[in-house]
Design a protein around this ligand. Structure first.
Ligand code: ATP
Length: 252
């Protein structure tokens, strides 16, 4: 079953066709990876899906709804979460506070109810806490729970960013270069929890990734892009052996 469909998706920046008429489907429950050389348009595809950019043309359908023109602030509530290439956290807050702060945008209670601290608000607060603690356990972050984020190593901060995205209870998570800046051991751990996100939490994963060993290890399907165009889609092995993909990586 398709959870995300991009149809003829395109965006121009001045004369640059950053994404130039791409069509693809992501199936519910799969790990779908976008690869391609630098500047190929991968992050732009993420920015289109998360609605940071408005497509020049084409259509995006998520879980049965046309989201092509959905305002970006509604995307998380609709079930799409994402991480960024550069980790952006509240540096002076603890891990727990970062995760709780990340939840404010997703509250269903109204501001006046919160001022009065009505029972509905207390229930919502408890639910948020429960969800945050669950994700802390899930990603094995208990040890760092009360540590101020700026004192934590980069690898842990990257996991916290994923935790923050998972706390919004998405149906689909977009991971932008999750392995960048991680050492070998951290990248191995990453491959386990990417699978756990899918298998244990039932969340579909779409990622942009450069580490081809990781791509091979976890992806169900891979889509290669270059110059904003799709050049191949299929199993990791099929795509990496595709002559056009080899050519793109060699700069041909
Ligand atoms: P990398 O692997 O280096 O992150 P990428 O595949 O993610 O690259 P994009 O960042 O999507 O590539 O960029 C695709 C093209 O679109 C590039 O030529 C880039 O300069 C251009 N581009 C992206 N965003 C903008 C923007 N906001 N304004 C102008 N040009 C942009």
């Amino acid at each position: 079953m398709t959870i995300l469909r991009a149809q003829d998706l395109a965006i121009n920046f001045g004369g640059i066709k950053a994404v130039d008429g791409i069509t693809f489907d992501v199936n519910k429950g799969e790990i779908f990876t976008i690869i391609g050389p630098n500047g190929a348009g991968k992050t732009t595809i993420f920015n289109l899906i998360s609605r940071i950019y408005q497509a020049t043309s084409g259509k995006l359908v998520f879980d049965g709804d046309d989201i092509t023109h959905m305002p970006p602030h509604r995307i998380a509530g609709r079930g799409i979460a994402r991480t960024f290439q550069n980790v952006e956290l509240f540096e002076h807050a603890t891990l727990l506070q970062n995760l709780l702060l990340g939840q404010h945008a997703h509250r269903k209670t109204r501001p006046w109810e919160e001022v009065l601290f009505l029972p509905r608000v207390r229930v919502a607060e408890r639910e948020i806490r429960r969800r945050v603690e669950e994700i802390i356990d899930f990603l094995d972050l208990q040890h760092y729970r009360d540590v101020v984020v700026q004192h934590l190593p980069y690898g842990v901060r990257k996991v916290i960013e994923v935790a923050r995205a998972l706390c919004t209870q998405p149906k689909l998570i977009l991971l932008d270069e999750p392995s960048s800046g991680l050492n070998v051991e951290e990248t191995e751990d990453l491959s386990f929890w990417i699978r756990d996100i899918r298998d244990d939490l039932g969340i579909t994963v779409v990622m942009v990734e450069h580490d081809l060993a990781l791509v091979n290890d976890v992806s169900d399907r891979v889509m290669a892009v270059n110059y904003g165009r799709l050049i191949a889609t299929g199993t990791p092995a099929d795509v990496q052996n595709h002559p056009d993909v080899i050519k793109a990586y060699l700069g041909g």
